[in-house]
Design a protein around this ligand. Structure first.
Ligand code: PLP
Length: 401
């Protein structure tokens, strides 16, 4: 099945545009510009050139021989950790900044929680000579000082948000407010396949390069047109997952697995598993699966992987999960930590904690399938590198004694 939004930006019951009236025309302008430029030859060439020469694409598809031998499957890693900045996020921020430029916007705004999307936005804005302002809760600023400093070095202005819980959702509100006021010259850059239509569609299209490359690369190295049996990706908002899944949706024999953060365990209530353990509602301009209480108040999400600590998920992924095309599972902090250490030691690759969720599940899958046959072919989307996480891991390992 190939999924695409209807004329209201809906994927089945999910998605849509839940935005204030004043932003409706801005969303329409954006949709129109995206439709034009995503089919424009010179736009595509410019983006392709940036992805190759600035971001470092194509990223390798690496056969993880040691990991494969240890668990009795054939495991490949799609190396998004090698993208400039250390994660897949730049694929999207480059695409959207280039679009902003073509739309004649001079100013980019974004909101960030842990700071990773803020940094990727600041990079793309710098290289494309756009002004950049990033909203961030004061609580998050305190916790993520290094990323704040990075953004400032890259020429962005980091604006503290001191209202509400002083975290991501307050920063989102502040960005919306800014956009309403400055919509003439300002482009609002969302960092995952979330938000009102057309963002989920647009971000998926900019991240699709991951799956396109993966398909070409696997056909090159595997005999007789063999595709992966299973593709595994971690899910925060869902952009690296949608990016690698999309070009395999119609290959029904390829199993697609999304891994959410189970944090301290789904029963504990402290997790980020919006699809596995959430309910339907409206957040961030979209109708999707969310973490909320019985009164519709958004609940605080939790994961020790900052990129998975978000109480919602992209509508297209919610739809694909409901339809059964994508299987959703979840992995705890504790399980993830083991996978983090395994990949570091066996392959000499320190994964982002987000990506280590997918590694954990790939190992599980390898173990299960090894009982049936020896060469089950798994591709894991290694969405980012773990340098950003080593202090946290050091602390967690220290606490465990
Ligand atoms: C931000 C991030 C994620 C989660 O975002 P998605 O939109 O779900 O991909 C996953 N991995 C890394 C390394 C990240 O930085």
């Amino acid at each position: 099945m190939l999924s695409k939004p209807d004329e209201h930006g809906k994927y089945g019951i999910y998605g849509g545009k839940f935005a204030p009236e004043v932003l409706m025309s801005a969303l329409e302008e954006l949709e129109e510009a995206f439709n034009i430029f995503s089919n424009d030859k010179s736009f595509k060439q410019d983006l392709d050139n940036l992805l190759r020469t600035y971001a470092g694409r194509p990223t390798p598809l690496y056969f993880a021989q040691n990991l494969s031998e240890a668990y009795g499957a054939k495991i490949y890693l799609k190396r998004e950790d090698l993208v400039h900045g250390g994660a897949h996020k730049l694929n999207n921020t480059l695409g959207q900044c280039l679009l902003a430029k073509h739309m004649g916007k001079e100013r980019i705004i974004a909101e960030t929680g842990a700071g990773q999307h803020g940094v990727a936005t600041a990079m793309a804005a710098a290289v494309l000579e756009l002004e950049c302002e990033v909203y961030m809760g004061t609580e998050d600023i305190e916790r993520q000082k290094l990323n704040v400093f990075r953004m400032e070095l890259l020429g962005a202005k980091v604006s503290p948000v001191d209202s509400g819980s002083k975290t991501l959702k307050d920063a989102i509100n502040e960005s919306m407010r800014d956009w309403v006021t400055n919509v003439e010259n300002t482009y609002y850059l969302i960092g995952s396949v979330v938000g009102p239509h057309p963002y989920p569609l647009m971000v998926r299209e900019f991240q699709r390069v991951i799956g396109k490359e993966t398909k070409e690369q696997i056909l090159e190295v595997e005999a007789e047109g063999r595709l992966p049996d299973t593709i595994v990706a971690c899910v925060g908002g869902g952009s690296n997952a949608m990016g690698i899944f999309y070009d395999f949706l119609e290959e029904e024999q390829v199993e697609l697995i999304g891994v959410e953060a189970a944090g301290k365990g789904l029963e504990s209530g402290e997790h980020g598993a919006s699809i596995c353990a959430g309910t339907e509602g409206v957040l961030h301009g979209m109708y999707s699966k969310l973490l909320q209480d019985e009164h519709g108040q958004i609940k605080q999400s939790y994961s020790f992987a900052p990129g998975l600590d978000y109480p919602g998920v992209g509508p297209e992924l919610a739809y694909l999960a409901e339809s059964g095309r994508v299987k959703m599972v979840s992995t705890t902090d504790e399980e993830t930590l083991i996978a983090f250490e395994i990949l570091s030691k066996l392959e000499g690759i320190i994964p982002a904690l987000e990506s280590a969720h997918a590694i954990h599940y790939a190992i599980e899958e390898a173990r299960i399938k090894a009982k049936e046959r020896s060469n089950h072919l798994i591709v894991v989307n290694l969405s980012g590198r773990g340098d950003k996480d080593i202090f946290l891991v050091e602390k967690v390992l220290g606490d465990k004694g």
